[in-house]
Design a protein around this ligand. Structure first.
Ligand code: HEC
Length: 167
């Protein structure tokens, strides 16, 4: 293959130019991450806690429907813990006392769920689950988020976890 000499020279010149323009960028800007300028620890937002709670709420349903009562109790405990954390880290949300609202809104449905789980009673579990979902939605309504409506899930949120126990 033959190249016309002027074309070859022009190409080489272009390559040198391009390489030099990279060399002008200071080393730190190209490869090194800048150290963080903030000393504040990361605090999850209320919506982050809610996303976790939503996942557990869905798992709670499939665990209960599968009569895997240990898992059902576990998921309910995780929901309770997430509410405690939400109250601790986001006690006030847009002027609303979230920490003070959680207890009165969720205590009764959670107690109902605990009773149903202890009794291994699927019918009571379903009722209590719906009561909890309504409680979730009612708090959303109280906070101007009435468009976030919680209901029974129709499909498991993840397929890499089996809800039924082998007998
Ligand atoms: C004490 C009040 C309160 C209770 C109780 C509550 N929520 Fe929320 N939830 C909120 C508020 C306020 C937001 C909006 C948060 C934001 O935008 O940062 C929210 C947002 C959400 C979202 C939207 C998050 C997203 O990323 O899409 C979901 C889903 C959700 N909640 C699920 C639930 C479920 C499930 C329950 C019940 C098990 C529940 N919430 C109980 C106040 C509540």
């Amino acid at each position: 293959m033959k190249f016309a000499v002027p074309t070859l020279v022009a190409t080489i010149f272009a390559i040198i130019l391009a390489t030099n323009s990279f060399a002008d960028v200071p080393q730190t800007e190209r490869t090194q991450a800048q150290p963080s300028t903030t000393n504040e620890a990361y605090t999850p937002g209320l919506g982050d806690f809610m996303g976790q709670i939503q996942m557990r709420h869905a798992k709670l349903w499939f665990a209960g429907k599968s009569k895997n009562w240990q898992l059902t109790a576990y998921e309910l405990d995780e929901i309770k813990e997430a509410f405690v954390d939400a109250a601790k880290y986001q006690p006030n949300f847009k002027g609303k006392p979230i920490a003070e609202m959680i207890g009165p809104i969720t205590a009764q449905p959670i107690a109902q769920l605990e009773k149903a789980i202890d009794a291994k009673d699927t019918v009571q579990f379903e009722k209590a689950f719906d009561t909890l979902s309504h409680a979730c939605t009612s708090c959303h309504q109280d906070n101007g988020y009435g468009f976030i409506v919680i209901q029974r899930p129709s499909l498991p949120p993840l397929t890499n976890q089996r809800f039924t126990l082998k007998r």
